[in-house]
Each structure stands twice: as structure tokens, then as C-alpha cells.
Design a protein around this ligand. Structure first.
Ligand code: SF4
Length: 450
């Protein structure tokens, strides 16, 4: 997370959840920078505390109240302290949060970040709490300017909301319907980030493949080409792709656009057609597999990752076997796997045939163990090869070593070469010596460029 804010007041910001939320936090910091807030990592030194919440996973509200409980005490010796809640829980709960936590000063959803300055003024001048309910329309100035999450890497929102209403998902209810951002505005933001030294951008949306369908002025592949034209940007990633909307034009762009990282995250969720139908995903297992096969046949080194949910209501043992069969067939590079848990307000929460916890838990264990073997096998194919890596900083396991990422998102740890600049953002060629299920290890082969 960035630390480049400078100003008179201090903000402590805690983020729960996904990359969209991380990006929202970066946008919050961007707006706060304009009104002279700098970031602190010590809540006791803050003039403003914001908890940016997520309700995709279980127990979201409890997490918020427990975090708020930690900060409540601070108000007793710093009465000027402003405490706020943003994100999906704020969007869902609105003023109800103020009732449960009367010491809260501001509550605002993901579409109201651009109103933060007004909310802070209102809360501090009028000395009363302020809650903003969901905006029906997304304002032209909503996106603001995201501060880079690290010096060399940044997330850029290209759209908001989602129109898909998958049966298990709360996002369309908290983030609203899908609206694309204009391509000129996206490119302008990428140019400004590049001027600040950013080399890698990740374009963000709940379903980037439908970019341009609601607002926006070009298709997603066209937007990618425009972003690739920005000088100084060396790597482009995007997340998330919905399998039903991935186009052949996008698939072939991986061949034609060298700045596009050879990695796609394509959430399949289940290997059973019956479960996919109940989830409302809009594709069959065979349709999914044909997309993945085309990608792998065109680019054998392409990394394909996915999300899997086990124990969706009504999932039988045979459905789970189908999921295991798909895992075996595709051989994903890695997966994010989850036990289904009902989100209040979603269609699936009212489905009758909820799967018992012990069954879900056992299925998750089996899935993760199988994937661990597959990830190791996929990583072992890279032993002996030389791969370009972007340095991210010190290794988490050994501060004497560096850690970086390949174009396809794999973590590579390697000893720091002596006498060379190796700050975050440098591109380095690394020869891979050992593969593990979740990372690679290597030696620097050749320094490419700073
Ligand atoms: S595509 Fe489905 S899972 Fe993804 S955000 Fe939209 S509703 Fe949720």
C-alpha cells in the first residue's frame, strides 16, 4: 500500500476484502491527499479512521463491529477524531450502522467516495454523524485519481457494479448495476500513473469482459490496446473475467499485445452443469473448457487461475466429483477455493438444500489437496527456464532475499545480486532452480533494465 501522502492531518485506513476494495481504498487516499491528509499506520495518531468493508465473505458485519470496538476508546481522549465506515457493509447497512455504533461519524458506500470531503466537513462542522445511502447514479467525478498501491504498480477501475446476479453473490446489490467508465478517462489516469513511475497497471471491474456494454465507448480489447499505447507502462493485467463474456478478440490479443501479461483469472465456480445452472452463471462446463483449451493451445505457457465454490446448495457427491474432474482436466495453475456460505439477500440464501458444514469442509480439503499437487506440477515445468520478474521488495521469508512476480503472477524468491539496483519495479531475468506449490526459487540471470 502506498505511503506517499503528505499533509497536515493523519488518516488510518483499514481495508477488508477484494482487489476492488483495495482499489477503493487507494481512491479514498487519493481524495484525502487533495485535502492534506497523510497516512499513518498507528490508529492512536490518526485524526480520521476509516474501515473499508467487504461483505462478499462470511461475518462481514461482525468484523466491522469488532474493528470499531477497537477504535471506540480512542475517541475518549481525542474527541476530534472522526471514525468512518465505507464499502459494501456501509452500502448495505447505511444509517443502521450509526444506530449500532453511535460513536461513528460517517458512513458511505463505494459510489460515494467522491463525496468524502463534503462528508468530513458536514460531520466535523455540524458535529453530527452523516450516513449516505446508495447513489442511484454514478457521478462523473466518482473515480477521482487513484494513488498507486506501490511505487511501480497500480489498480485502475474501468467500470463499476455488475448485472449478472449470480445466485450466491451480494455484489450487484451493494455495488449496483454495471456502468463502464469512458476510455479517455481511463487512459488519462494510466498516463498520470505512468508519469509517477508506475510500470504495471491492473484494470479492474467485476466483469471486465462486458466493458463498454453499459457506458464506455469502446470494447474491452480496444481499451487494452489504448492502455498498451501509454508510454512507460510495461505490464498490463486485468481482473475479473466472466467466462460467458470472454471474446475471441480478447483471447487473440494475448498473442498480439506483448504488454499483456500471460495470465487470466477465469472463475469457473463449479465443474457441474447442474450447479452452474443453479448459480446462474450462464455457461456450461464444456463451454468453459473450450475457452480454456483455445487459450492453452495458442499460448502453452499461459497461466490460468480460477475460483471454486464447494458445497453450493444442492451440490451432490456426483456434482463434486464433476468439479474434481474439471480440476484434473484443466490443470489450473492455482485456484481460490471457498466453502459456500449464504449471503443474506441473495437468491441462494433461500435455497432449501443447504449442504452440511462437515461435508463442505471435507470437500474443500480434498479440492485443496488435489490442487496443491497440480500447482506444484505446473510450477515444476518452469524449473531450468529463465523468466523475467518484476521486483516487489524483500522476500517475506528471508529479508536477505528479494521477491518478485512473473508476468503470469507467480511469486519468485531469489538472492539479491550484489552491487546492483534492485528496488521495487526493476525488471530482472531469473533462472528458476526450484518449484514449490505456491512459489518459485531462482538465481538472477541477467539484469535487464532499471
Ligand atoms: S459476475 Fe456474478 S460473481 Fe461476479 S460480481 Fe457479478 S454477480 Fe457477483
Amino acid at each position: 500500500m502506498q505511503e506517499a501522502l503528505s499533509g497536515d492531518k493523519k488518516v488510518f485506513l483499514e481495508t477488508f476484502g477484494c482487489q476492488m476494495n483495495e482499489n477503493d481504498s487507494d481512491r479514498i487516499l487519493g481524495f484525502l491527499k487533495d485535502i492534506r491528509y497523510s497516512r499513518t499506520y498507528e490508529p492512536g495518531k490518526a485524526d480520521l479512521i476509516i474501515i473499508n468493508t467487504c461483505s462478499i465473505r462470511d461475518k462481514a458485519e461482525q468484523k466491522v463491529y469488532s474493528a470499531l470496538g477497537r477504535f471506540k476508546e480512542l475517541k475518549s481522549w481525542n474527541p476530534g477524531l472522526i471514525i468512518g465506515v465505507s464499502g459494501c457493509v456501509a452500502q448495505q447497512q447505511g444509517a443502521k450502522l450509526l444506530k449500532r455504533a453511535p460513536y461513528l461519524d460517517i458512513v458511505f458506500g463505494p459510489h460515494n467516495i467522491h463525496r468524502l470531503k463534503d462528508l468530513l466537513d458536514e460531520a466535523s462542522l455540524k458535529k453530527r454523524p452523516v450516513a449516505v445511502e446508495q447513489s442511484a447514479e454514478i457521478g462523473a467525478d466518482e473515480y477521482g485519481f487513484t494513488l498507486p498501491s506501490t511505487k511501480h504498480r497500480a489498480f485502475v477501475s474501468i467500470m463499476r457494479g455488475c448485472d449478472n446476479f449470480c445466485a450466491y453473490c451480494i455484489v450487484p446489490y451493494t455495488r449496483g448495476r454495471e456502468v463502464s467508465r469512458g476510455s479517455a478517462e481511463v487512459v488519462e489516469e494510466v498516463k498520470r500513473l505512468s508519469d509517477e513511475g508506475v510500470k504495471e497497471v491492473t484494470l479492474l471491474g467485476q466483469n471486465v469482459n462486458s466493458y463498454g456494454n453499459n457506458g464506455g465507448d469502446v470494447s474491452f480489447p480496444c481499451l487494452l490496446r489504448m492502455v498498451a499505447g501509454v508510454e512507460g507502462i510495461e505490464r498490463i493485467k486485468f481482473i475479473t473475467s466472466h467466462p460467458k463474456d470472454i471474446s475471441e478478440e480478447l483471447i487473440y490479443l494475448f498473442r498480439d499485445e506483448p504488454k499483456l501479461c500471460r495470465h487470466i483469472h477465469l472463475p469457473v465456480q463449479s465443474g457441474s452443469d447442474g450447479v452452474l445452472r443453479k448459480m446462474g452463471r450462464g455457461y456450461t462446463v464444456d463451454e468453459y473448457f473450450s475457452r480454456v483449451s483455445l487459450l492453452r493451445s495458442l499460448y502453452p505457457g499461459m497461466a490460468i487461475t480460477t475460483d471454486m465454490i464447494v458445497g453450493f446448495p444442492g451440490e451432490t457427491g456426483a456434482d463434486f466429483d464433476d468439479t474434481m474432474a474439471l480440476l484434473d482436466r484443466v490443470r489450473f495453475d492455482s485456484i481460490f477455493s471457498f466453502m459456500y456460505s449464504p449471503r443474506p439477500g441473495t437468491k441462494a440464501a433461500s435455497f432449501k438444500e443447504q449442504v452440511p458444514f462437515e461435508v463442505k469442509s471435507e470437500r474443500l480439503r480434498i479440492l485443496m489437496a488435489a490442487q496443491r499437487e497440480i500447482s506444484l506440477e505446473r510450477n515444476r515445468r518452469l524449473e531450468g527456464s529463465t523468466i523475467e520478474v518484476v521486483v516487489e521488495g524483500a522476500s517475506k521469508t528471508d529479508v536477505e532475499e528479494l521477491s518478485g512476480r512473473t508476468s503470469c503472477g507467480r511469486v519468485v524468491n531469489f538472492p539479491a545480486p550484489e552491487g546492483e539496483r534492485t528496488e521495487a519495479g526493476c525488471l530482472i531475468d531469473v533462472s528458476i532452480t526450484h518449484a514449490f506449490p505456491n512459489s518459485l526459487r531462482g538465481m538472477v540471470a541477467e539484469r535487464l533494465k532499471a
